[in-house]
Design a protein around this ligand. Structure first.
Ligand code: PEP
Length: 250
């Protein structure tokens, strides 16, 4: 089967509302004839502004994280209800910066996955090994554990609203990219994990993005690989001139 390519921009903690609006307007215009699936994930503070601009376009509105609880005494957190209220359609969960800087574990991430799916949000679930884990030959095992635990209890129909993003931590924001072959090896392995957890058809349908210093110069080679179905882009998503060539590849 042919899976659609899904290209997502994670703007992280960048851009004021006016800067975010300017980028969103440019992307809406320049990607309007794009043939892939697109998403932008601005900061919480720009979601409403960017949402109003991308509404009705071929660009989905994503959030970069959300709380594990629906509401309550959680100072500084943002709830799924608040995201939905802003028109958010997709939430990125388990990003390596959440796992490693903010110490989110698989159990917490799994709780967020369920909360998002139960409230009708789609999920991009990020997985990926540290450099030390890769050097110890543990990359596949780490990705398998994060996939299994992140998806624990998710039904087959829930899984249809989940995208996986393989982001080797050593390649994020470092300028180092996994070779297309190395990335494809992990993607194929993770697809096998999905086949074992669910079935062959679920595995075949699963979109697995690659993330880690994706740029215009390497996007096409990465996505030419059989198991690489798109990209989760950080640094290069912050400017239209670097994101559009990735988004319009092929
Ligand atoms: C990311 O943060 O998801 C990411 C892949 O960042 P970068 O493209 O900057 O490596």
């Amino acid at each position: 089967m042919t899976r659609p390519y899904y290209i997502a921009g994670n703007w992280k903690m960048h851009k004021t509302r006016s800067e975010a609006a300017e980028l969103a307007k440019t992307l809406t215009a320049r990607l309007k004839d794009g043939k892939h699936k697109y998403l932008v994930a601005p900061s919480f503070t720009s979601l409403e502004t960017v949402g109003a601009i991308v509404k009705g376009s071929n660009i989905l509105l994503g959030a970069q994280n959300m709380a594990a609880e629906e509401q309550g005494a959680h100072t500084g957190e943002v709830s799924v209800l608040q995201l939905k209220d802003l028109g958010v359609q997709v939430v990125i969960l388990g990003h390596s910066e959440r796992r490693h800087t903010y110490k989110e574990d698989d159990e917490l991430i799994n709780k967020k996955v369920h909360l998002a799916l139960n409230h009708g949000l789609d999920v991009i679930l990020c997985i990926g090994e540290l450099l030390s884990e890769r050097e110890a030959g543990q990359a596949e095992k780490v990705c398998e554990t994060q996939t299994r635990k992140g998806l624990e209890g998710v039904s087959a129909s829930g899984l249809e609203r989940v995208t996986l993003a393989y982001e080797p931590v050593w390649a994020i924001g470092t300028g180092k990219t996994a070779t297309p072959e190395d990335a494809d090896t992990i993607h194929a392995y993770v697809r096998g994990v999905i086949a074992r957890l669910y079935d062959a058809s679920a595995a075949e349908k699963m979109i697995i993005q690659y993330g880690g210093s994706v740029k215009a110069e390497n996007a096409a080679q990465l996505m030419a690989k059989e198991n690489i179905d798109g990209a989760l882009v950080g640094g290069a998503s912050l400017k239209a001139d670097t994101f559009v060539p990735i988004a319009m590849f092929g």
